[in-house]
Design a protein around this ligand. Structure first.
Ligand code: F6R
Length: 594
């Protein structure tokens, strides 16, 4: 997803902008560029990768500039479509994240008025509008230009001869880093962490006028204040810490992430939760909305809340919910989003808010858009997740759903106490799982030679089959599909051959016997079957080709252990295939377009 950065201060802007762009690489990008303010404006955007851009740059002493990583939405990845974009005279340069929905009308009108366009992008209308409205103030020109824009944007603009950045935000993330006699602009916090831990989140409709000494915030034409936040993450936390990839580092952080997430919500003395919803009888039904991996976590959440708390739960994919006539009524609306910025999820949250629902955001990112829209927020404590593929945030989301289900569990006190105890033990069990990494790596080598894989599970572990397939396809580019084990015979059986391995998640719960029957049906079609099964399960090896043994846990916690096993499997398969694990092709970490 596009990333924007900006700098104004007392140091040379060029190396700072390049470094900030590198910190945004995890969002995924296909081209990059930057613009530096001098007598005029110098724009560099000939490179695809940031390293190549860095090598191509000439020394430049400018103390003000903007930079961009582009994730193509309008127009293919190319030098002309890369940002920054400029106006006709080259006096204005702009970097933008978001989508200008009315750009075609604006472009036609501007062409009629004599403007010349070079790119296929929606962004290019912004510098032209600023040029059109510019008299003597960049701030005023930006304020006037945004009146014409519909859609979403976070952009930063510079104007030749003016030592300032002017930024504007609507529905796309934008933060400012506050330094001493220097200021930074970025799409996300990791970009500025090398320089400052003081951050301001801009709100929708905000304009910021930024110089080395001062930031002025304007909303609806009036000067306003915006609160500063301290970011608790260190730069080291956002780096690889000796691991080959962020993904495997983040997988290994999971025992700590579970502890961090439940810490504060379960008492160390008594077996009780304190989420604030324990005695809230107004919660009679729940709708959870999310995208991707967060959606799969929600499906597990639905099972947990329904079975432990007996509260009816619906789960919808955000992009579908936004175009549906789902009846909300007095529903407790939960949006779950790691980034807190996913455009589809944010739109769903606004829709729920507008319809009068009580709304809760479950997110990883302090101060993100979701937290500012929702009535309440619960933070998963995963820390910065850099790998595009979600791992530790998924496990933290599952932990949060255990807490919510336990908070409202209608079971007797003794069994709730037992489950809380088991939740406390979960980090150790996940560590045991991680200690089996080498063995899973062997299966990664085996799987790497195939082009199609099915994942099957039942009940609580059906969403884990979906998540296992998603992890494998996104980082190894192997076609993978997750299915309820009982559903394969209703069509997908046509695809089963000796070249289509099936990964079966086998848990000793009420689904066990039927799952064994399903495995027999699959074996009859000659597909190799790898079971993910508890270590005490001696029976399973009679039914399958290989068994990946996982630590025994209460079946209700098996999704966590099985998900970790499948993350490792996906990782080692992708590694064997030499894939770009942390930044898979065509994907972005934070999907801020609908
Ligand atoms: C997959 C993945 C995505 C995200 C999805 C939602 O590994 O990371 O499917 O889960 O884009 O993102 P958030 O949770 O930030 O809303």
């Amino acid at each position: 997803m596009c990333g924007i950065v900006g700098y104004v201060g007392y140091r040379e802007a060029q190396p700072i902008l390049v470094n900030c762009l590198k910190r945004l690489e995890y969002r995924g990008y296909d081209s990059c560029g930057l613009a530096l303010l001098g007598e005029g404006i110098e724009v560099y955007k000939d490179a695809v990768r940031i390293e190549a851009l860095e090598k191509a740059l000439r020394p430049n002493v400018s103390k003000t500039g903007i930079g961009h990583t582009r994730w193509a939405t309008h127009g293919k990845p190319s030098q002309v479509n890369a940002h920054p974009h400029t106006d006709c005279s080259g006096q204005v340069a702009v970097v933008h994240n978001g989508v200008i929905e009315n750009f075609l009308q604006l472009k036609e009108q501007l062409i009629e008025e004599g403007h010349t366009f070079r790119s296929d992008t929606d962004t290019e209308v912004i510098p032209h509008l600023i040029e059109k409205y510019y008299q003597d103030s960049l701030e005023k020109a930006v304020a006037r230009a945004i009146v014409d824009l519909t859609g979403s944007y976070a952009f930063a603009a510079i104007h030749a001869g003016r030592n300032e950045l002017v930024v504007a935000r609507k529905e796309s993330p934008l933060i400012l880093g506050i330094g001493d006699k220097e200021h930074f602009v970025a799409s996300d916090v990791p970009a500025v962490l090398d320089y400052t831990d003081r951050v301001v989140y801009l709100e929708d409709g905000d304009i910021g006028v930024i110089t080395a000494d001062k930031v002025t915030y304007i909303s609806n034409g009036k000067e306003i204040e915006r609160a500063e936040h301290r970011i608790p993450w260190s730069v080291a936390e956002a780096q690889k810490a000796g691991y080959e990839h962020f993904m495997i580092k983040e997988i290994h952080e999971q025992p700590r992430v579970i502890r961090e997430t439940y810490k504060g919500y379960i008492s160390a003395i008594e077996p009780v939760t304190n989420l604030g919803i324990e005695k809230d009888t107004s919660i009679t039904d729940i709708l959870i909305v999310a995208c991707g991996t967060s959606y799969y976590a929600s499906l597990v959440g639905k099972h947990l809340i329904q079975s432990l708390a007996q509260i009816p739960v619906r789960v919808e994919i955000a992009s579908e919910f936004n175009y549906s006539d789902t009846v909300l009524g007095k529903t407790w609306f939960i949006v779950i989003t790691q980034s807190g910025e996913t455009a589809d999820s944010i739109r769903a949250l606004r829709k729920a808010k507008e319809s009068g629902c009580r709304t809760l955001a479950i997110t990883n990112v302090v101060g993100s858009s979701a937290t500012r829209i929702a009535d309440e927020t619960l933070y998963i404590k995963a820390g910065p997740e850099i790998c595009v593929a979600a791992t530790k945030s998924f496990i933290a989301q599952l932990t949060m759903f255990y807490l919510i289900a336990l908070a409202r569990a209608s079971r007797d006190v003794r069994s709730r106490a037992g489950m809380i105890l088991e939740l406390r033990q979960l980090p150790n069990k996940v560590q045991e799982m991680l200690d089996r990494e080498e063995e899973i790596a062997k299966y990664g080598k085996y799987l790497a030679k195939y082009e199609n894989v099915f994942f099957v599970g039942r009940g609580l572990n059906f969403p884990i089959a979906l998540e296992g397939a998603l992890k494998l396809k996104e980082i190894s580019y192997i076609h993978a599909e997750g299915y309820p084990a009982g559903e394969l015979k209703h069509g997908p059986f046509a695809l089963l051959t000796p070249n289509t391995p099936v990964i079966a998640i086998v848990t000793k719960d009420n689904t066990y016997d039927t799952l064994l029957a399903n495995i027999k049906e699959i074996k009859a079609r000659e597909s190799p079957v790898i079971a993910i099964a508890g270590e005490s399960d001696e029976e399973i090896k009679k039914y399958v080709d290989f068994v990946i043994k996982v630590p025994d846990v209460d079946p209700v916690f098996s999704p966590v252990i099985n998900a970790v096993a499948l993350q490792l499997l996906a990782y080692y398969t992708a590694r064997e295939r030499g894939c770009s694990i942390d930044t898979p092709r065509n994907l972005a970490k934070s999907v801020t377009v609908e």
